[in-house]
Design a protein around this ligand. Structure first.
Ligand SMILES: [Fe+2]
Ligand SMILES: [Fe+2]
Length: 355
């Protein structure tokens, strides 16, 4: 069985002498006797005690500072005060300072042993609680560290995923762009067509005050707008003469084919809508859906004009000599309100110098 340790601080040697034997022999405690608060404090600093029994000078309240100091060293220390007489005001003060209990002369040994045993039980409980709390605190710190590490890993993974997604996105974009350029290059007359359309449409969109994001969507749509021509035979695309009705039917499919090719790329949804609508006319006479006025996306109305202007200003298989700039502008003015949105035409005329 473990021998519990008691620190007995008392300047009355008579009392110490009387209690030495009962405490050490009968009680089986290891008892350290100290005469002064100073000696008691020194012993307390060097050893672990289950209980401290302290006999303060009732007339010297300054000596009660010892309780405070003991509590400062170990806030869980169990202190039993040993008093010469029953004085309520000092007992209340002692409890306020943190004593566990008190005993009054003459000493009732049975009561003293009972108090010591209760005090030891309490001290053990407090120590267990302290270890448990400490364990919890350490566990919490470890958990917090793990949380921080996990958060960092998640952050890193998210960053990597975002980068991968961006890489994938730009790879897709580059691939499609190459494909669109290949379509333009099939016919040497339409070489750089999409690139020029993108340039004109971007100038108009910026002038119309569209947001940077909207302008970018329009620019991407321009690069891809004729992608669907991949589904139209070369003989039709490069035909030097007038097209038959059947051949026109083929040509008119290219906005839908382009949109269908791009459809799986959901991040291009806004772009796809513009590709599908780039041949709609303001008066409803366009294709493939015959949309009218504001029912056609503004981006598509802008691309339609830029596309037509670019086509007029470049040689074509069916028209070797391109329109002059003036003739092309006249043609656009003539078709304002029918093929073209008048508002877009107005802005276009205002930025002609830049184009
Ligand atoms: Fe087109
Ligand atoms: Fe085009």
């Amino acid at each position: 069985m473990k021998n519990n340790r008691i620190l007995f601080i008392c300047d009355d040697n008579e009392i110490s002498r009387q209690l030495r034997e009962p405490l050490m022999i009968e009680g089986g405690y290891f008892v350290t006797f100290e005469e002064s608060p100073k000696g008691g404090l020194a012993a307390f600093r060097q050893n672990v005690f289950d209980v401290v029994i302290f006999k303060p000078h009732i007339l010297d309240l300054g000596s009660l500072g010892l309780i405070k100091e003991l509590k400062g060293i170990d806030q869980d220390c169990v202190i039993i005060a040993f008093l010469d007489e029953d004085r309520l005001e000092i007992i209340e003060h002692l409890f306020n300072l943190g004593i566990y209990d008190f005993i009054i002369k003459p000493v009732n040994l049975e009561k003293l042993f009972f108090l010591i045993k209760k005090g030891i039980d309490l001290h053990n409980l407090l120590l267990t609680n302290r270890r448990f709390t400490q364990g919890l605190k350490e566990g919490n710190i470890a958990l917090e560290k793990q949380n921080v590490m996990l958060a960092r890993r998640i952050e890193d993974s998210t960053r990597n995923l975002t980068r991968l997604y961006e890489d994938l996105r730009s790879t897709y974009m580059r691939t499609i762009k190459v494909l669109a350029q290949a379509i333009d290059a099939r016919d040497h007359y339409t070489h750089s067509h999409s690139e020029n359309v993108a340039k004109y449409a971007t100038i108009i969109a910026l002038e119309m005050g569209l947001s940077a994001k909207e302008v970018e969507v329009i620019r991407q749509a321009c690069e891809l707008h004729d992608l669907g021509k991949i589904g139209v035979e070369d003989s039709i695309l490069m035909k030097p003469g007038a097209l038959t009705d059947e051949e026109w039917l083929q040509i008119r499919k290219h906005p839908t084919i382009g949109a269908q090719i791009l459809e799986p790329l959901t991040f291009l949804n806004d772009v796809i809508d513009l590709v599908r609508q780039h041949h709609e006319h303001y008066d409803g006479g366009g294709y493939p859906e015959g949309r009218k006025g504001e029912d056609i996306l503004l981006g598509a109305r802008i691309i339609n004009l830029a596309d037509a202007y670019e086509a007029m200003c470049s040689p074509r298989s069916y028209r070797k000599i391109p329109f002059t700039k003036e003739a092309a502008v006249d043609e656009i003015k003539k078709n304002s309100g029918t093929q073209f949105d008048p508002k877009v035409v107005e802005v276009f005329l205002g930025v002609l110098d830049k184009i």
